[in-house]
Design a protein around this ligand. Sequence first.
Ligand code: FDA
Length: 312
Amino acid sequence: MLDRAAKTFFHLLARSRTLKTLASKYGMRRPESFARRFIAGEGVQEAIGVARAVQNRRMHLTLDLLGESVTNLEEADAATRQYLTVIDAVIESGIERNVSLKLTQLGLDVDKASAVDNLRKILERAEPAGFFVRIDMENSPYTDVTLEIFETLWSHGYRQIGVVLQSALHRSEADLARMNALGARVRLVKGAYKEPKGLAYQKKADVDAAYCRMLQILLTDGHYPAIATHDPAMIDAARNWAREKNVPPDAFEFQMLYGIRRDLQTMLVNEGYRMRVYVPFGREWFPYFMRRLGERPANVSFVIRGIVGERG
Ligand code: FDA
């Protein structure tokens, strides 16, 4: 679902303040509200409830406190403190200890050194408690700096961290070789952002072909890689390659987003594969939500029905 026009449209909508205000007002207020299809709730306890349900389905999870592109250091500090609170709540709850975060949420746009400090504060609390922390990959202006920060922390001895590579970007196959050489855990995705022609494949077939090449390298040479996709063709490619190369099912995991292709999630678990569900929550859910709509415009009619229903 990499239709370029749809992605452009939803990326423009994602910047609309009016739409954000409307969506924020109606999207989550009731258990049946439309945004809850993709977002676990606004508070950490709601997210923990959803995470427990995921675990009851014999799946793993990663919790993502939504937020990105903060514009000042106070917001970045606040996001860092919130993450520390989330870590404490997860410890208290007894659910699996795994979180995902974005560097622009920790202040990368404002000051790189502060963002790194903030990440370190989170890792200092998370690593000794046995958490795994995945640094999500944002759009292409952040690729270099994200990998650079990851490599710096790795060189300082942090090992319970992982990166994300996007098959849509031309550079990613070279980045993959670098990350494999380092011993890093990679989550492979197609890429959620609209990217320029010079940097990224524009046709779904090319993004998919790169994804297949990368998943083969990851399954053979990677370090407990995550194959993150809802695309049955990519999943088949991973299963077939793993079988052919005798890669056991516990040497990698599939990952999917909360609310998407639950049927496939269950099928893979029943077949004996590991499945991790990405559980996003928090008040700043609008940009994440718009990316999900951009991937599958068919979701829009269900949102419009939701807004009309909520207001009526
Ligand atoms: P594709 O878009 O081709 O969709 C294949 C099929 O999946 C569709 O036909 C449909 O059935 C289903 N599907 C996909 N999206 C759907 C939706 N929104 N609603 C309903 N059905 C849908 N990206 C990124 O740039 N940085 C990151 O850090 C991450 N992190 C991440 C973590 C995890 C666990 C996942 C699963 C994905 C990401 N992504 C991401 C998002 C990723 O880049 C990509 O945008 C989406 O996964 C959609 O691509 P697919 O591989 O699913 O294929």
